[in-house]
Design a protein around this ligand. Structure first.
Ligand code: PEP
Ligand code: MG
Length: 930
């Protein structure tokens, strides 16, 4: 797996690229009418759009058009473009003037195809109105079904279908959805139940009905009139009878929902820009709730949880649209349909394979069966777990549905880490008895305190506690809590319920539909039989088996990690084989080298197993966190003169040398970059008087002395203070000791019983002035020569620098004259370049993301338009002087896929990241190169 590091690109190439600019994330402010005059696109017998038009038509609209094109049974309709959404927000929620005519034409075209009229009192055409952004945002925006029903048309529908109960059931559903979504009749407090639900429950009680289906047509008529009264009471307005008024109300509500809180949170989490906007799909209603020959369902062409090539999905007989996704009733597995509706099942199987062959990816689709006739309502690339993303890509490549490069691109780099996540300790879980079982909706093992609300999950998370969020069913309002929790448990809903979909996408452990669990929100507890679990008690859930256990169960390494550690045979683990295939592909296509940030032999070994090709950053100060070493380190820091400092350094030397030996041996010939001491002093000094007293006792000095020295060393801005090369320049003996430790270790391992070739790269931190580096380089060369002479060996080494303050980047040409290599310290470069503290920006970054000032945390993902440009300047200036200058990055950004793409594009040789991120970085680097 040895791999060359990215060759420096010719200067011309690096600089000729357009400067990468961060995605804009606020709604466009153009007040002009959308560029394209076409506001609506038809699908059905006549189809204007296709799958390639997702930016304009949204994912749903584009794929409805594509399905219609390939002859799948799609109820006809039309899509209002995302450009109209942008116009809507830029113009005080007004539409372009010509939209009204365009919508009318769309309706007329559908009327013609269906042979029915919108608003016709004898045989009405009804519509669904749904959102559909470029990227799917499941459940985040609003939908209206059965639109076009009013007091007259409901009678027409009843007569035409000879099924008044069905007609009134549709009508009451429509009023409820419309009242909620368009007219805003909702619970006013968290404690209040949903008002329509309350009215319905009240009526059910009065008439002695248990299920909704127990209500007869007269009851439903009564319900309709109570719903209308509720709307009048709450809003002062009548429920609209004019079908076009209904349609415009629904269109406006869908556009409005692009800016609702949950959609905003979702976009922030997944980096979806606000200016994309949503399209609106107006589509002929088909009915899955016309009795026992009708059904509605959701299916995946492969298992989205583990990627297996099986038809996977669920459906409900006699149900409508959102019933399956909302988890209202627990649905049947799709295989049952082969018995209940064999003809429709056979058709679905054919559609399954047609979809995969056409879209060349796993599809997640919705269908409705109306009186035994099958309709396709949507298809999209299915959301999947990390494991299934890997399995599907590998298997689809084997099945020749996609080539290697496409397969690499189909696996979100992040998802590879889910193959490495811990599972329950097998011995511990054997002893544990499950108290309940649900559906295995999001794999992995999680343990934590039970919480029953999103707010509680966030609160516990802020205190550093792990939680399992337990809900009857989740709704998009729970999103914040789901983000804050380790795992999600629900007592209702199927594998395609909101909880399951969202958890899978987030890579969270999820068990859903555990129906034996009774959740009591009011009492803050849940029970299974007579077992009671209170809020704050620990439980453990296994999202791979669906089991739920009382108490905390320790977790252990995943299969992949066990194979890597030699504890399991590769042949025994299919997951490992998948992992290996993808990693081989990644290494074949990537140009960037992948190194790791490691400060100990154990970390180095684990990174090597995960594919690291060297150490890009060994922070020497971290080596002193262990055992009593911190005392010598502190003694050195507190020293009041050179003699004292030298004495403390002499104590540190043997530790340091043996640490380096260990690391060199572990790295077995791979390059190792060792950074000289860079301790922002506040991280190393005792903070309170008790700790100071303890240190005084250990060092054999008075507490007053320690207190006095600590005060003398106290800095207002330690991050901008006496650290980095400033230390080595004011106290050259520190650099001397470290250089000696490094080179003596090199000499030792070279001459050891099992000689190891070492090529150390000594790195000087926080250089802003070339002279700072020159002083350090001189010391390092002198010590190297001394050690070679003393030990009678010859070795080669490099001396380079971190580029981590803006002046270093801007004067990189001067610095490159002296440096053998550069490594961008993007943590400090971000801190100093943005003037934002690495340690304190948590207090405002959240708000900044909300305000769309920042799309992402710049300490996690490189600010390409700002800090990224400093990197680019540094690369260009450095390579201007030394065209072959080796350049890497060792800030946290080295493990972030989006930043990796940027580093690839500016021509770095390698990225260095924490050991667990190494596989993610390998894959991301390949994707960047492809
Ligand atoms: C950096 O600043 O990016 C870096 C890697 O150094 P440290 O995080 O140790 O300051
Ligand atoms: Mg730094």
């Amino acid at each position: 797996m040895a791999k060359k590091e990215n060759k420096p690109k010719a200067k011309k190439q690096a600089s000729s690229k357009k400067s990468p600019v961060a995605k804009k994330s606020s709604v466009k402010t153009s007040k002009k009418s959308p560029k394209s005059v076409k506001y609506t696109y038809l699908f059905g017998k006549k189809t204007d759009g296709d799958a390639k038009m997702r930016n304009l038509l949204g994912g749903k609209g584009a794929n409805l058009a594509e399905m219609a094109r390939i002859g799948l049974p799609v109820p006809p309709g039309f899509t209002i473009t995302t450009e109209v959404c942008a116009y809507f927000y830029a113009n005080g929620k007004k539409y372009p003037t010509a939209l009204a005519a365009s919508v009318k034409e769309g309706v007329a075209s559908v009327e013609k195809q269906m042979g029915k009229l919108f608003g016709d009192a004898s045989d009405p055409l009804l519509f669904s109105v749904r959102s559909g952004a470029r990227e799917s945002m499941p459940g985040m925006m609003d939908t209206i079904l059965n639109l076009g029903l009013n007091d007259q048309t409901v009678e027409g529908l009843a007569a035409k279908t000879s099924n008044p109960r069905f007609a009134y059931d549709c009508y009451r559903r429509f009023i409820q959805m419309y009242g909620d979504v368009v007219m805003g009749v909702q619970a006013r407090t968290e404690a209040e139940t949903e008002p329509f639900h309350e009215v319905m429950e009240g009526l059910k009680k009065e008439v002695g009905a248990v299920l909704d289906t127990d209500l007869d047509v007269e009851n439903l008529k009564e319900l309709v009139s109570r719903y209308k009264a509720l709307i009048k009471e709450r809003t002062g307005k009548q429920f609209p009878q004019d079908v076009y008024e209904q349609l415009w109300g629904a269109i406006g509500a869908v556009f409005d929902s692009w800016m609702n809180e949950r959609a905003i949170i979702y976009r922030q989490k997944y980096g979806i820009p606000a200016d994309w906007g949503t399209a609106v799909n107006v589509q002929t209603m088909v009915f899955g709730n016309k009795g026992e020959t009708s059904a509605t369902g959701v299916a995946f062409t492969r298992d989205p949880a583990n990627g297996e090539n099986v038809f996977y999905g669920e459906y409900l007989i006699n149900a409508q649209g959102e019933d399956v996704v909302a988890g209202v009733r627990t649905p049947h597995k799709i295989a049952m349909l082969s018995k209940e509706m064999p003809k429709a099942y056979k058709e679905l199987l054919a559609i399954r394979s047609k979809l995969e062959r056409h879209f060349r990816d796993m599809q997640d689709f919705e269908f409705t069966i109306e009186e035994n006739k099958l309709y396709m309502l949507q298809t999209r690339n299915g959301k999947r777990t990390g494991l299934s993303a890997v399995r599907i890509a590998v298997e689809m490549n084997k099945e020749r549905l996609m080539d290697e490069k496409t397969a690499v691109g189909k696996i979100p780099a992040e998802s590879i880490s889910s193959l490495l996540v811990p599972v329950f300790d097998p011995a511990a879980v054997k002893k544990a008895k499950p108290i309940a079982k649900g559906l295995n909706a999001g794999p992995g093992a999680a343990t934590g305190k039970v919480v029953f609300s999103a707010a509680m999950a966030e609160l516990e998370n802020s205190k550093g506690s792990k939680t399992i969020l337990c809900r009857e069913e989740t709704s998009p309002e729970d999103l914040r809590g789901m983000i804050a929790s380790e795992g999600i448990l629900t007592s209702r809903g199927g594998v395609s319920s909101h909880a399951a979909l969202v958890a899978r996408q987030m890579g969270k452990v999820c068990v859903c539909g555990a129906s034996s669990i009774h959740v009591d929100y009011a009492k803050h507890l849940m029970s299974v039989g007579d077992i009671v679990v209170k809020e704050g008690d620990y439980i453990s859930i296994d999202g791979t088996t669906g089991e739920i256990f009382l108490g905390e169960i320790p977790t252990v390494d995943s299969e992949v990690v066990r194979v890597l550690n030699g504890k399991m045979k590769p042949a025994k683990s299919y997951t490992y084989q998948l992992f290996e295939t993808v990693m081989k592909w990644a290494d074949k296509y990537r140009k960037l080298g992948i190194r790791t940030n490691a400060d100990s032999p154990a970390q180095a070994k684990s990174a090597l197993l995960l594919g690291a090709e060297g150490i890009g950053l060994c922070r020497t100060e971290h080596m002193f966190f262990e055992g009593d070493r911190i005392d010598s380190m502190r003694r050195m820091i507190l020293a009041s003169d050179t003699a004292e400092r030298k004495a403390a350094l002499a104590e540190l030397l043997p530790y340091q040398r043996s640490d380096f030996e260990g690391i060199f041996k572990a790295m077995d010939g791979h390059p190792v970059t060792i950074r000289l001491l860079d301790p922002p002093l506040h991280e190393f000094l005792p903070h309170d008087s008790a700790a100071r007293n303890a240190l005084a006792e250990k060092l054999g000095v008075s507490s007053e002395f320690v207190a006095e020295r600590c005060n003398a060393l106290k800095e207002q801005n330690p991050m901008l203070g006496h650290r980095g090369c400033r230390l080595g320049n004011s106290y050259p003996e520190i650099t001397e000791m470290q250089a000696r430790a490094i080179f003596e270790a090199v000499a030792k391992v070279m001459k050891g019983r099992k000689p190891v070739k070492v090529m150390p790269e000594v790195m000087v931190p926080l250089v802003g002035f070339v002279q700072e580096l020159k002083f350090q380089v001189a010391i390092i060369h002198r010590v190297a020569a001394e050690v070679m002479k003393e030990k009678g060996v010859k070795f080669s080494y490099m001396v380079g620098t971190m580029i981590e303050i803006p002046r270093g980047a801007i004067t990189a040409d001067e610095i490159a004259e002296v440096a053998d290599f550069f490594s961008f310290g993007t943590n400090d470069l971000t801190q100093t370049g943005l003037g934002m503290s690495r340690d304190d920006s948590g207090s405002f970054l959240g708000k900044y993301k909300e305000l769309d000032i920042l799309a992402k945390n710049p300490f996690a993902s490189i600010d390409q338009a700002g800090i990224g440009q400093l990197v680019k300047i540094g690369v260009e200036k450095g390579r201007g002087v030394k065209p072959k200058l080796k350049i890497g990055v060792c800030g946290e950004h080295g493990g972030d896929p989006e930043s990796i793409r940027f580093f690839n594009d500016v021509g770095l040789n390698y990225v260095s990241c924490s050991p667990p991120r190494v596989p993610v970085a390998r894959l991301a680097a390949a994707q960047a190169a492809i």
